[in-house]
Write a protein that binds this ligand. Structure first.
Ligand SMILES: O=C(O)C(=O)C[C@H](O)C(=O)CO
Ligand SMILES: [Zn+2]
Length: 277
C-alpha cells in the first residue's frame, strides 16, 4: 500500500498557482495500479481516497502514521467498483460487488479484503473514507437499486442521471455521501450551473472516458475559476470554497463523494452566471 498526503489550500494562495501547482495540489493522477492499493490522505475533512486493483487478495490497512490498529477503527468507507466484477470480504462476510455497485462499511469492522472474480481481468475498486463516530450496518447497493435522478437537457448538453448511494435517503453513514453521475450520450457538461458548499469538501473521480479524451474540470472560487485537464480514472479534490464542474471532449461518468458537517445532498449554494469569472 502506498499513501500520499495532500494539505489544505487557502483560496487566496490557490489563485496564484501555476498549472503544475494546481495539478500537484488538486489532481490525483494515478490511483489504479494492477496488483496494488494506492491511497491519498487529504486534510480536507481528513478524507482518504483510494484505488485497489486486486490480482490476489489485498487487505485494507491503516497507514502506520495514523497510529490506529485497523483502517476502520475511527473511519467509515464507501467502495464502488468501476471495473469487472469483484468481491469484498468484511470480517469474513462476502459481498459480490459488480460493476458500478457500491458497498458501505462502517466504523469498527476489523478486516476488509478486496478480490477479483477473474484475476486476469481484475476488479477496479475506488473508495473514499471519512472519519466516523458511530457504527452503521454494512450495506451493498447495486446500481439497479439506486434511485436515478434525471437532470439537465440536450439543449444545455448536460443531460445526466445521478445515482445516490450513500446519503440521508439511502445507505446511512456518519458523514460520507457518495454517488455516481452518468452523462447521456452526446452530453458533455456536469454540474453547470456550478455550486459550492462551504460545509463539505467533494472529490470527483472521472472514468469511462476514452484514452484520447479529456475532461476540462473547472475549480476555484466562483470569481477566480481555473481549469485542470483530467484523463480517465483521475480524481480531483475540491475544497469547500471551490466550484467543481467539468466538460468532456467525449462521454464520461464520474463518482462524487463528500464529507463534512452537512449531510444534506441538496444543500448547495448555486453560483449566478453573472458571478462566474
Ligand atoms: O452532475 C451533477 O450535477 C452532480 O453530480 C453534482 C454532484 O453530485 C455534486 O456536486 C453534489 O454536491
Ligand atoms: Zn457539489
Amino acid at each position: 500500500m502506498t499513501l500520499e498526503i495532500r494539505h489544505c489550500t487557502h483560496p487566496k494562495h490557490a489563485k496564484h498557482y501555476t498549472t503544475e501547482e494546481l495539478r500537484e495540489e488538486f489532481l490525483i493522477e494515478k490511483l489504479f495500479v494492477t496488483g496494488e492499493m494506492k491511497m491519498v490522505y487529504t486534510h480536507e475533512d481528513r478524507t482518504v481516497i483510494g484505488g485497489v486493483v486486486p490480482t490476489s487478495e489485498i487487505t485494507l490497512e491503516a497507514h502506520p502514521s495514523w497510529n490506529t490498529s485497523f483502517f476502520l477503527e475511527r473511519r467509515e468507507i464507501g467502495i464502488i467498483n468501476i471495473g469487472p466484477h469483484g468481491i469484498v470480504k468484511v470480517d469474513g462476510e462476502e459481498f459480490t460487488v459488480n460493476t458500478k455497485d457500491c458497498l458501505y462499511v462502517g466504523l469498527g469492522k476489523r478486516e476488509v479484503t478486496f478480490h477479483s472474480v477473474d484475476e486476469n481481468n481484475p476488479a477496479r475498486f475506488y473508495f473514499v473514507s471519512a472519519l466516523a463516530h458511530k457504527e452503521y450496518p454494512t450495506r451493498k447497493l447495486p446500481i439497479e437499486e439506486a434511485t436515478p435522478v434525471h437532470l439537465g437537457d440536450d439543449s444545455q448538453s448536460n443531460k445526466r442521471t445521478i445515482y445516490k448511494y450513500l446519503h440521508g435517503g439511502g445507505i446511512q453513514t456518519c458523514q460520507l455521501m457518495m454517488g455516481m453521475t452518468i452523462l447521456a450520450p452526446n452530453n458533455m457538461w456536469n454540474t453547470m450551473p456550478a455550486h459550492v458548499h462551504d460545509r463539505r469538501n467533494e472529490v470527483y473521480l472521472y472514468f469511462d472516458l476514452d484514452e484520447q479524451n479529456r475532461v476540462m474540470h473547472f475549480m476555484g472560487e466562483p470569481s477566480e475559476t481555473r481549469h485542470i485537464v483530467v484523463a480517465n480514472e483521475q480524481a480531483i479534490i475540491s475544497p469547500s470554497w471551490s466550484i467543481h464542474s467539468g466538460v468532456g471532449t467525449g462521454n464520461y461518468t464520474f463518482i462524487w463523494a463528500m464529507a463534512g458537517e452537512n449531510y444534506t445532498f441538496t444543500d448547495m449554494d448555486f453560483v449566478d452566471m453573472n458571478d462566474l469569472k
